[in-house]
Design a protein around this ligand. Sequence first.
Ligand code: ATP
Length: 612
Amino acid sequence: MSMGPGRMRGGYLTEEEKQNKPKVTWALLKRVFSYLTPYWKQLILALLCIFLSSVMRLFPSILTGRIIDEGLIGRNMNILIKLIMILFAVTVGSEMIGVAENYIQSWMAQHITYDMRNQMYRHLQQMSQSFFTTNNQGDIITRMTSDISGVRSVITNTFTSILSNVITLICAVVAMFQKNWVLAVIGMVIVPLFTLPTRAAGKTRWELTREAQNASDEMNGILNETLSVSGQLLVKLFCRQDDEYEKYRSVNQKMVDLSIRESMAGRWFRVVLSTVVNIGPMILYLVGGYLMIVKGMELTVGDITVLVSLLSKMYGPVNSLLNMQVEWIRSMAMFTRIFEYFDMPVEIKNRENALVPTEAHGNIDFEKVFFRYDDSRMILKNVTFSLKSGNSIAIVGPSGSGKSTIINLIPRLYDVTEGSVKFDGNDVRDLDLNFLRGNVGVVTQETYLFNGTIRDNLLYAKPDATEEELIEAARKANIYDFIMSQEKGFDSMVGNRGLKLSGGEKQRISIARVLLKDPALLIFDEATSALDSISESKIQEAIDPLIESRTSILIAHRLSTIMAADEILVVRDGEIVERGVHEDLVKQGGVYTELYETQFKKELLAAGHNNK
Ligand code: ATP
């Protein structure tokens, strides 16, 4: 469940939040606090500050008693001045401590979120490709951003307020009991008694506001739908004006009712609030006066003033502690969501003592490989083939037959379900991932370029490449002339995801990028999307010599690429059904012949036609 930015959160849980209440276990709490342990020194300082500032906040109330009794009623100017000076010093002091407290808290919060963000990003990078294909990108980003930022607010707000409110309350109660136990007991009954109705009133108001928000959303929705060009066209052509008007009018009416109720609930809310705040002192004055005047109890005017003042300081903390429960549940839900991500196992990782051979040749062996993405169906079935260093293989087959899946297994984007894939005789699962991926270059169907210059994109493969190497790679990929024709050459911007370039140009840049990496094995997933014949032939000119000179596997859709390969594998429904060279396969009358008749022949005819 992702909470999103949630406009109407307030001090009450929504139905959705109630249903998804997190299980708060010791393990969870211990884990949350484990993020604090590196900063234990700062934590102690922060706790000290919170303690001091909570106590100091009550100090003025307590001093007032002495100011009244000893200074004013006792008519002693010296004591009065001394007490006022102490009061001033305490006020300034508590403000200063407040500043220090803020600094330490935000320092800690920032450092903890810094650690968490880095840890999360590192973890996400290690997740297998299937994590990114199954999870919604928006959810992943919410977790990285809003949830982790939520942690900051938990540390600076939730934890701090719980602590400081509890300390304030304890100190206030202790101080009250010291003055007079009867009045202290009355105070302790009054505070919760009067806080609860305030809360109930607040809740009604909050619910009404939420309903009014929903009605307003509904109204906006109707406007958006029906006042657009196509919406109006639909309304007119289907004669729905009256129905739409009626729909709008009834939501409008609902909105008016709700808003009036909301503003009146607001008014009642204020009545309850101010009555509560005023009745408490009234009761204390009354009972205090009775004890002092009638019963002759040892109680001064100052004492009663202190008690009333302390009482008024208790409403705030009690109220916010009641709200805290909601904050607490939300924080725990947030931590649970974050930890869920941390706990997802890293499926594809280096095994202990992974092999790092000194050289790579690019020999590939698939031995009885079975593979499925999820529990549903087997995508690859008993795939066996070998590619010797220096040779090339073309994989052909109908769409969805499993061609891309075969090549995904080589750089371990996924691991086999059964069987094995070997690189230079070693199972890819035994090899160091950086070694393996460093020696396998893949040009995917969808070329992904980062927003930056052509140079940035090329250097991604080899950050320390020299200018000569860049030029050579660009030449081989048949893109050098294009780059030079740009005003800024290698420093031209490619636009967001390379949008400023054509499909063919992007593909050739990504070929140059992979050439710069100079891998032992080159994998090329030929784009199925139609490029114009000029772009096609430019890519062709780049690819053909590569097939000749490099160990390569190509998912091919064009006859010329297929014919340039040393061996052709024909895949159907995840199985290799035919293999061999073009001349033999074409005569077999099987899948390849069919593909040849339906797809490749057209190309041949078109080429023949062009040649004429
Ligand atoms: P095309 O020529 O259209 O690119 P292909 O032969 O390369 O097709 P694959 O991409 O290997 O086919 O897909 C083989 C099968 O696996 C398809 O049926 C596809 O639906 C399924 N598939 C591909 N990727 C995933 C994935 N991440 N999760 C689950 N199933 C997948």
